[in-house]
Design a protein around this ligand. Structure first.
Ligand SMILES: [Zn+2]
Length: 442
């Protein structure tokens, strides 16, 4: 059970989280349905199956709350409640907090201020200082954050803390665990190892918010729920995400393959095309300083190849591509070509096709939507004429040919020597015999 005010704070914070970081809306269903419980002290905690909210929530506004809930969610995604079993729970919690807070602040939630004053790891590596640091962290609304740890994972930081022989809070406090598992709303049994009666410990987001969970089945259950939440999110988005780093990291944690929107795939492709168009070659003449003869370093300088990138684009107007689709396609192509290809220099053709090529434009520029729409003709579908057109009218074959179609038509018998990207409409079930397939959506 959770009291109304805490529940309200939780949902207000969630709203800010989803607005600030669209990647976190993958867990909307999970966070909306995870059981919430009151916690006696501190701000928040999790055992991987529930999220606990403590009285100190009042110190944090909804924006800070968004950070704190993302923090608890990451403990779950990183399986900290289960992975801390058999380890020094407190040290493991501190290690996990550094990893999570660094990730949230530097990557996932850069627009939300840290909900507290940063407490560097050095404060914990000194056994004399650690206890004071910990208490101070909680008293002054501190937060375990240290940019120098950004490339470390939880286990690495845990070993670092263990090696420093810091045992701080765990020494001489074991006895207090007993008699602390009675009160209602608190985790019980094996999961109830968190010590109550220590205001600064229980539910403290500074090393006191991970509740050990020895139930491995509950881990499987939770992971299943997280995956279901991602699937529901995908249904709502008709598949693809936005390809952000946060999204990729969160999906990786659940071993879910990233589905990139066609724009992100095409962008990456075009960027690699520009990059590969630079060739590393030795300078034509090397003037050696005296005394270096026979000891010539391998000096290479990047040179732009003496040619521009060549692109062919075809739009199959016989298929189910409507004006809205065309608009999205052309607007994105135009923006991408301008942003990525213009500097390197590109040239090419854009064809409108049915069972023939009935219209063709030289690029740049990418023709406007109005221009294209004014020319559109209906007809059957045959992909062969566009490939023939390229052969005939482009003296040098293109680096890439992008064909926007529903994929339902006659294909050439064999693959051309250049790359082909089939951009297929969302409900297409076609499997082109060669080339790469990208799904169109918006
Ligand atoms: Zn934490």
């Amino acid at each position: 059970m959770i009291s109304e005010d805490r529940k309200k704070w939780y949902y207000d914070s969630l709203a800010v989280l989803f607005l600030t970081s669209p990647a976190y809306s993958m867990f909307r269903d999970f966070l909306n349905s995870v059981p919430l419980e009151d916690l006696k002290s501190g701000v928040a905690a999790t055992d991987g199956t529930k999220i606990y909210i403590g009285p100190l929530y009042k110190q944090y506004n909804a924006s800070e709350g968004a950070f704190i809930i993302a923090h608890e969610l990451n403990h779950i995604l990183l399986r900290h409640p289960w992975r801390s079993v058999g380890k020094d729970r407190h040290l493991y919690n501190i290690a996990g907090d550094y990893v999570i807070n660094d990730t949230l602040h530097l990557k996932d939630l850069p627009n939300i201020p840290l909900p507290g004053k940063p407490i560097p790891i050095s404060d914990f590596l000194n056994p004399q200082e650690s206890k004071r640091a910990k208490a101070e962290a909680d008293d002054m609304k501190g937060i375990l954050y240290d940019e120098s740890l950004k490339d470390y994972d939880t286990d690495a930081i845990y070993r670092m803390l263990e090696n420093s022989k810091y045992r701080g809070q765990n020494e001489g406090e074991e006895g207090q665990e007993e008699g602390s598992e009675e009160s209602s709303g608190q985790p019980s049994g094996k999961q109830g190892k968190q010590r109550e009666g220590q205001e600064n410990e229980n539910g403290s987001i500074n090393g006191g918010d991970v509740i050990e969970n020895e139930n491995e089945d509950s881990q499987d259950e939770t992971v299943k729920k997280l995956r279901e939440s991602v699937n529901k999110w995908r249904e709502r988005q008709s598949g693809a995400g936005s390809g952000t780093d946060a999204e990729k990291r969160l999906l990786d944690l659940l071993d879910i393959k990233e589905i990139l929107p066609w724009t992100a795939i095409l962008q990456r492709y075009l960027k690699s095309l520009v990059a590969s168009n630079y060739t590393w070659s030795p300078p034509k003449a090397i003037y050696l300083p005296p005394g270096t003869a026979g000891n010539i370093p391998n000096t290479y300088v990047p040179r732009l190849r003496e040619r521009t990138i060549r692109i062919a684009v075809a739009i199959d107007t016989s298929s189910s591509i409507g004006n809205a689709d065309l608009n999205v396609f052309l607007t994105n192509i135009r923006a991408m070509f301008n942003a990525i290809l213009m500097q390197a220099g590109y040239s090419g053709i854009l064809m409108l096709t049915t069972d023939r090529v009935y219209s063709a434009f030289r690029m740049p520029p990418v023709p406007s939507v109005d221009t294209v729409v004014s020319q559109i003709l209906p007809g059957g579908t045959d992909f062969v004429p566009a490939f023939k057109f390229i052969e005939e009218y482009m003296q040098v074959p293109p680096d890439v040919f992008i064909y926007f179609t529903d994929g339902d038509g006659k294909y050439p018998d064999k693959a051309p020597r250049y790359d082909v990207l089939w951009l297929l409409t969302p409900n297409s079930t076609a499997t082109p015999p060669f080339g790469n397939v990208i799904r169109f959506s918006y």
